[in-house]
Design a protein around this ligand. Structure first.
Ligand code: SAM
Ligand code: SF4
Ligand code: SF4
Length: 338
């Protein structure tokens, strides 16, 4: 198959692919899977619905031929998927991929970091929203303190994986942790990325008032740290970066709400059951799994992806209004993986 670059209706190339490998999670973060909505009776996808590792590998090859350079595995909690290193090994051998990463809550990293690295994983983004055990336990809905996540970060570093830390900031919940988290990550030489709380899904009760914007976070930081801007590393880089003056340690902001970046969004998302989404906020996935299982050839699958991408016109964050928010069917973050 010829390698091609495909563009959507707004001329954005397809560059990144996020693959959710599982919709289950061992946490119940209040901004993602509130425990009152994701209780014991919640019906997660059955195993037979999940894309197999062979199916993911096949799709990854097709996506790479269509211009994808970066793949990130996510979930739910991706480390809950059995034998994940087997998948990592398959993907890491694919030619044409410049980056293979994983987003995780970190709890299972002490057990798995070394195997993941050996299988070819390059880096992990570990989510940590507070350094305060009680608060963190409240946020993750499971009463888990910071210990297991901090151990996970350490294990990933020891294994030689690149590590970044993700912190979702929600007003009145963990904005008091903005400065302590910066101090901690700076000291450890870890890049921290502040993520604006987003209106993904319909279970987290999102309100614009709960969002702490980049500007507000920056105001909190500037009394404590001297920060200098860093140029974007490539077209479509999502985080806006700064550096603590006199160091190589960066801090990033993902400004999905206050400064949207749809015009350079090159990302597609594959859910654990093989639905392709062209936007985090587009509730309608395009089935790829059954198409494959019904015998479609690589060319046919590829053509289907091309058609979907060519017709893409999503720019939800650019256009976000309260009205849209109320009326739109939106998929859950734990299903699509962020
Ligand atoms: N379980 C893994 C984790 O927490 O890193 C991977 C999946 S999680 C859905 C991916 C990322 O989405 C995490 O960094 C998480 O903090 C972020 N996230 C979840 N809900 C969010 C929301 N409502 N707004 C912004 N980010 C959110
Ligand atoms: Fe699980 Fe990650 Fe969602 Fe938290 S953010 S509930 S760890 S999927
Ligand atoms: Fe991309 Fe959709 Fe997010 Fe805009 S709202 S940056 S199109 S995923």
């Amino acid at each position: 198959m010829e390698k091609t670059i495909i563009r959507d209706s707004l001329n954005r190339p397809l560059r990144d692919l996020r693959i959710s490998v599982i919709d289950r999670c061992n946490f119940r973060c209040q901004y993602c899977m509130p425990s009152d909505q994701f209780g014991p009776d919640f019906e997660f996808l059955p195993r037979s619905a999940l894309l197999t590792y062979e199916e993911i590998e096949r799709l990854a090859k097709i996506f790479i031929h269509l211009g994808v350079k970066k793949i990130r595995l996510t979930g739910g909690e991706p480390l809950l998927r059995k034998d994940l290193p087997v998948l990592i090994e398959k993907l890491s051998k694919l030619e044409g991929l410049s980056d293979l990463g994983l987003t995780t809550n970190g709890v299972l990293l002490p057990k798995q970091a070394e195997k993941l690295k050996l299988a070819g994983l390059k880096r992990v983004n570990v989510s940590l929203d507070s350094l305060n055990d009680d608060l963190f336990g409240k946020i993750n809905g499971r009463g888990v303190g910071t210990g297991p996540v901090l151990e996970g970060i350490e294990a990933a570093k020891q294994a030689g994986l690149g590590v970044k830390v993700n912190m979702v900031v929600k007003k009145g919940l963990n904005d008091s942790e903005v400065v302590p988290m910066a101090a901690f990550c700076k000291e450890k030489g870890l890049e921290l990325r502040y993520i604006e709380y987003m209106d993904v899904g319909s279970t987290n009760g999102w309100k614009m008032d709960d969002v702490v914007t980049k500007k507000q976070i920056f105001e909190m930081l500037k009394d404590h740290f001297e920060l200098e801007p860093v140029d974007p590393a490539y077209f479509g880089e999502v985080a806006k970066h700064y550096r603590y003056k006199g160091t190589n340690v960066k801090v990033g902001f993902i400004t999905s709400v206050s400064e949207s970046f749809c015009s350079s969004c090159t990302r597609s998302r594959l859910s654990a059951n093989g639905q392709l989404f062209t936007c985090l906020f587009n509730g309608n996935g395009h089935d790829i799994r059954n198409f494959m299982r019904n015998g479609a050839s690589d060319e046919e699958v590829s053509q289907r992806i091309v058609n979907i991408w060519n017709n893409r016109a999503d720019r939800y964050s650019d256009e976000r209004t309260d009205e849209m928010n109320k009326n739109r069917k939106k998929i859950e973050m734990s299903y699509i993986g962020g």
